[in-house]
Design a protein around this ligand. Structure first.
Ligand SMILES: *Cc1c(COP(=O)(O)O)cnc(C)c1O
Length: 360
């Protein structure tokens, strides 16, 4: 067996010990005589798995008691609609910050339900930075303020939390939740599709302050109603049971490694290795403002883009895979989530140096 260093943005690399444990437990989960995939979601085994996953996630993120944690389906994309459906609460508009491709998608979907005020945008510089709060045009009557705090495609991350006063802050954290500690109490709602930094596709996490629940639009489907899901322990209907189980193993792995403080330091070291290299060469460059560079998704370009194809071909031969940038922006992108070891980043930088020596 040989495994590659997988730099894909998502579905993405998972921790090897998690995959190994899942493999060992595939046919018989802890003496139950069943795979987790074969269990009833109403049975005591799976209810235990789901409860442990929630408890470990709460522990990792220090989620305050007045927040609900939901394990849902439909991806972050469904949350683009669920957020306005649940959080408009009789108001007619919401503020959105536009920092790239995922912000744009969230904005487009929200426009089906309310007036969207673009409070700030980085479109003027091709989405290469996070706009400073001083320039945001916030509406005190907005239902909420939405931001994508890590733009997976553009590689722009908020390294600060916008203060939106009494208007709840909603964050799409799909590609950086669990990469470092955060203060959950600063947010009204956080959501994240699991397949980037958390677990398999099919699971979406929502962490929501409980005073925001209970005022969903009447037309909201019940599986999208946060209050209904919270009351049913996210089991209004059959949840993504196997994805919940794997995410639960990832949470245990994170705790064993020392939690989010430790992960944050490791992730910083990994990203620095790559950015330091990019900054000291003329051959490659990062298109993102230094202060706003993502520690999870690192887009970069070759100054001579005629070499892109050769670069991708050779990285693949070396077992460094999925480095092609998103189709909407081109270039390269290395996603270096929690499960990417620092040796993977070293191998990439070593290769990039060699490639430069040959072609520079
Ligand atoms: C991947 C991603 C999404 C979309 O996730 P789906 O699960 O495919 O709906 C939304 N927002 C961000 C920031 C993402 O990285």
């Amino acid at each position: 067996m040989s495994r590659v260093y997988n730099f894909g943005a998502g579905p993405a690399v998972l921790p090897e010990p998690v995959l190994e444990q899942a493999g060992r437990e595939m046919l018989d989960w802890q003496g139950s005589g069943m795979s987790v995939m074969e269990m009833s979601h109403r049975g005591k085994e799976f209810i235990g798995i789901a409860a442990a996953a929630e408890a470990d996630l709460r522990d990792l993120l220090a989620v305050p008691a007045n927040y609900k944690v939901l394990f849902l389906q439909g991806g972050a994309t469904l949350q683009f609609a669920a957020v306005p459906m649940n959080l408009l609460r009789g108001r007619r508009s919401a503020d959105y910050v536009n920092t790239g491709e995922w912000s744009k998608k969230a904005i487009k979907e929200a426009r089906r339900y309310c007036t969207v005020n673009i409070a700030a945008s980085s479109e003027d510089k091709n989405f290469s930075y996070a706009p400073a709060l001083t320039g945001w045009k916030l509406d005190p009557n907005a239902a909420y303020v939405h931001a994508c705090t890590n733009e997976t495609i553009g590689g722009v991350e908020f390294h600060w939390v916008p203060d939106t006063g009494s208007v709840p802050l909603v964050a799409d954290m799909s590609s950086h939740l669990l990469s470092r500690p955060i203060d959950v109490s600063k947010y009204g709602l956080i959501y994240a599709g699991a397949q980037k930094n958390i677990g398999p596709a099919g699971l979406t996490l929502v962490i929501v302050r409980d005073d925001l629940l209970g005022q969903a639009l009447p037309s909201t489907p019940s599986v999208l109603d946060y209050k209904a899901q919270a009351e049913a322990d996210s089991m209004l209907n059959t949840p993504a049971t196997y994805a919940v189980y794997i995410a639960g193993l990832v949470f245990q792995w994170l705790k064993q490694r020392g939690g989010l403080q430790t992960m944050g330091e490791l992730n910083r070291a990994k990203a620095q290795l790559l950015y330091d290299f990019l900054d000291q060469t003329e051959f490659y460059y990062s298109p993102v403002a230094k202060s706003d560079r993502s520690l999870m998704n690192v887009p970069f370009r070759l100054r001579n883009d005629a070499l892109d194809e050769e670069f991708l071909k050779q990285t693949k031969q070396r077992g460094l895979t999925q480095l092609k940038g998103h189709r909407s922006v081109g270039g390269m992108r290395a996603s270096i989530y929690n499960a990417m070891p620092i040796d993977g980043v070293r191998a990439l930088v070593d290769f990039m140096r060699e490639f430069q020596a040959k072609h520079g």
